[in-house]
Design a protein around this ligand. Structure first.
Ligand SMILES: CC(=O)CC(=O)SCCNC(=O)CCNC(=O)[C@H](O)C(C)(C)COP(=O)(O)OP(=O)(O)OC[C@H]1O[C@@H](n2cnc3c(N)ncnc32)[C@H](O)[C@@H]1OP(=O)(O)O
Length: 287
């Protein structure tokens, strides 16, 4: 099978921009898709900011930054994905939106060996596979935020994913992107979120019940358990809307009260308090 050199990323939000950046820094030819010019410009700005940070930290030469940016083509036309060998979908955590993307990609991509990957955190890969005519080539490739920093990728084959798709995706993630792979069954939440999300929801319930302040809950886990950040700051980083969507998928799958999003999380999402990306969540990032 041909070596993977041409990649497509659908969605250039928090995760899509990180995935596109990592692929471009690995020397791959990348096409990024977003809906409309504003979203494309915002996605490009996100990638430029992150590359700029790497240059400032001495992790990347200015010339390498320019080369990486030069390898990314931004387009709102999915038709540009026709020649892609691997595509990663990283749109909002919504089953209908994601299945529509997979159906559209299936129509557009011409390579008979192409891999159709999703960065979903919790939506069954099987459902995305069944939205295409090639479920044997559909797999979960789940990155962690911030993508350029965190090494882990969860690889999630569905019941219908070919062994060759899994092996090719694993080799790509490890050898090309330099990430570490763990394998998970196709269950909502996979390995990491199945453990992480109930913990984040517990912290929100703790705050909701007046047990402790946000600062004390976070300081407790940072100083008491040496976590890099506390659960409320981490929920702000992931996005409260994304956390809610993951919790809902996990609750729908397992019916465990532990996974049910608490009312405080629901109301904050209703209010548009989505965390860092909206400048306010459990903390205020506007200053
Ligand atoms: C929801 C899902 O489905 C899956 C998920 O993503 S779950 C979320 C998983 N993520 C986590 O758990 C994050 C936990 N937190 C951390 O790892 C760290 O707190 C952090 C990396 C976010 C910040 O680290 P920090 O030490 O507090 O801050 P800082 O010194 O600014 O950053 C450390 C490094 O990360 C880089 N970095 C931080 N944020 C970054 C970003 N958004 N983009 C790119 N690089 C970033 C910094 O440039 C710095 O790089 P150097 O070491 O090269 O200098």
């Amino acid at each position: 099978m041909a070596e993977i050199e041409r990649v497509g990323v659908v969605g250039c939000g928090l995760m899509g921009s990180g995935i596109a950046e990592v692929c471009a820094r690995a020397g791959l030819d990348v096409v990024v898709n977003e809906v409309g010019e504003d979203a494309l410009a915002a996605g490009r700005a996100r990638i430029e900011k992150s590359l700029g940070r790497a240059v400032r930290n001495g992790k990347l030469e200015e010339s390498a930054r320019d080369e990486a940016l030069g390898r990314i083509r931004f387009s709102s036309d999915l038709g540009e994905f026709a020649d892609r060998q691997l595509v990663v979908e990283a749109v909002a955590e919504n089953e209908q939106v994601k299945t529509d993307v997979f159906t559209a990609l299936d129509k557009v991509i011409t390579d008979p060996e192409a891999i159709f990957a999703s960065n979903t955190s919790s939506i069954p890969i099987m459902k995305l596979g069944m939205a295409t005519s090639r479920p044997q080539q559909v797999i979960g490739i789940h990155f962690f935020n911030p993508v350029p920093v965190l090494k882990l990728v969860e690889l999630v084959p569905s019941l219908l994913t070919d062994e060759s798709t899994k092996e090719r995706a694993e080799a790509f993630v490890e050898s090309k992107l330099g990430k570490e792979v763990i394998l998970s069954q196709d269950r909502a939440g996979f390995v990491v979120n199945a453990l992480l999300v109930p913990y984040l929801l517990s912290a929100i319930r703790m705050l909701e019940s007046g047990f402790a302040s946000p600062e004390d809950i976070d300081t407790g886990m940072v100083q008491g358990c040496a976590h890099p950040m506390g659960p409320l700051a981490l929920t702000d980083l992931i996005g409260l809307d994304t956390t809610k969507a993951i919790a809902e998928s996990m609750y729908a799958e397992f019916k465990e009260p532990l996974y049910s999003p608490p009312p405080l999380l629901l109301r904050m999402v209703d209010a548009g308090l989505l965390g860092k990306k909206s400048s306010r969540g459990f903390y205020d990032y506007s200053k």
